[in-house]
Design a protein around this ligand. Structure first.
Ligand SMILES: Cc1cc2nc3c(=O)[nH]c(=O)nc-3n(C[C@H](O)[C@H](O)[C@H](O)COP(=O)(O)OP(=O)(O)OC[C@H]3O[C@@H](n4cnc5c(N)ncnc54)[C@H](O)[C@@H]3O)c2cc1C
Length: 349
């Protein structure tokens, strides 16, 4: 089999990279082992312009947000699904300081922020005492529909099996893997890139995140609710509730501690009944300086990486996939902050 690009991994990164390659008229084969705990299968799918306790505007969000909206609409139209919806995040203030931080930010820079006309209008369904602010617009990506639908659409270009490193050879300006001959190979394999020989020196920073899935039949599904934990509308009338950010962990498995802690938080926050139906956990493929890893190995120009999406794969992957492919077709360069050229010295050692 001959192809232009061999891609390893079909999470949100491999999905958008292959989609952009296809649009540019390039052929590809994806090898993906369908790990149930891949980050893209566990993520809630939020694109939020303002994040963190300090209410910081997300990096590049003014460009990422409109790009993401168009990109998900485009791929959704191709697949015959709707995979992005606009929503608001209702941020219930857990402390008086957080309320103050929101109001100060709102007074100085109200972009993406608003205040409700009636702070008490959520009291029917939630317990809260310090009011709330609104982050708007946010977007919700339906990864649970998008990833399998896209996988089906590329069935003839996808091999479902683990990638075996020992089978990869670079010879005569080509990449050989089993019976495949490709011009280049690009790793979009999430946490797996962390420990393979080509890119393990990159400053990855994996973090573990867990989420509960629950049925909350009486909760309005048109909003995201946040008070310490986030309650996010999810597939099949369910809600996704999370998450944790752990930098030290033994494995990527769900923990009893998280389940008990978050169940208690839910009981405190919700006035309506709920039933936990599932418990998920995964490792986010993050980077120390919170910027993606995009581009070609400095000493192995046939080997590339598209990874390091951290907590923001839903917005970063569509944008930088297009940039990566446009750099391949010589239209534009990869943004220096996202290009792995910035680690040339480390990768050349
Ligand atoms: C709890 C949690 C909540 C999150 N919430 C959000 C959110 O709301 N919004 C957001 O933008 N981001 C969120 N994220 C982050 C987001 O999940 C990641 O940024 C994104 O999914 C990374 O996608 P990826 O395709 O690079 O990697 P992955 O999703 O990990 O995909 C890698 C793919 O490669 C395959 N693979 C790996 N190794 C091999 C191998 N050896 N052989 C073959 N195939 C292989 C895997 O099976 C998988 O399909 C969250 C993450 C977690 C854990």
């Amino acid at each position: 089999m001959q192809t232009d690009f061999l891609l390893i991994g079909q999470g949100i990164s491999g999905t958008f990279l292959s989609w952009e390659l296809k649009k540019a008229g390039k052929s590809f084969i994806i090898i993906d082992d369908a790990q149930p705990s891949a980050a893209s299968k566990v993520a809630s799918g939020i694109i939020n312009p303002i994040t963190g306790r300090r209410m910081v505007k997300t990096w590049m969000i003014d460009e990422l947000l409109p790009h993401a909206f168009d990109a998900y609409r485009e791929i959704g139209a191709f697949l015959g699904i709707e995979c992005i919806t606009q929503t608001d995040s209702l941020d219930f203030f857990p402390t008086a300081q957080m309320r103050l931080a929101f109001l100060e930010r709102y007074a100085t820079d109200p972009q993406y922020l608003s205040l409700p006309a009636d702070e008490n209008d959520q009291m029917m369904q939630l317990n809260y005492g310090l009011g709330y602010g609104i982050i708007s617009p946010c977007f919700l990506v339906d990864l649970q529909s998008l990833l399998p639908a896209y996988r089906t659409s590329i069935e003839t270009s996808l091999i479902q099996e683990p990638f075996e490193r020992s089978q990869l050879r670079i010879e005569d300006n080509s990449v050989f893997y089993k019976n495949i001959k490709a011009d280049k190979v690009i790793f979009c394999d999430g946490k797996s890139s962390f420990d393979h020989p080509y890119f393990s020196r990159l400053p990855f920073a994996l973090s573990k995140g867990e989420a509960l899935i629950a049925a909350i039949p009486d909760l309005d599904r048109s909003k995201i609710y946040k008070k310490g934990i986030s309650i996010v509308p999810w597939k099949q009338d369910l809600f996704w509730i999370g998450s944790s950010y752990e930098w030290e962990f033994e494995n990527d498995l769900p923990t009893t501690d998280f389940r008990e802690r978050v169940t208690a938080q839910l009981k405190e926050l919700l006035k309506t009944p709920f039933t936990i139906t599932d418990h998920l956990a995964s490792l986010r493929p993050g980077t120390l300086e919170r910027r993606p890893f995009t581009g070609w190995h400095p000493n192995q120009p046939h080997i590339g990486i598209f990874n390091g999406m951290g907590t923001k794969g839903c917005s970063l992957a569509p944008y930088f996939a297009r940039q990566f492919v446009r750099s391949i077709t010589n239209d534009t360069a990869i943004l220096a902050e996202a290009d792995i050229k910035r680690f040339t010295r480390i990768l050349s050692r």
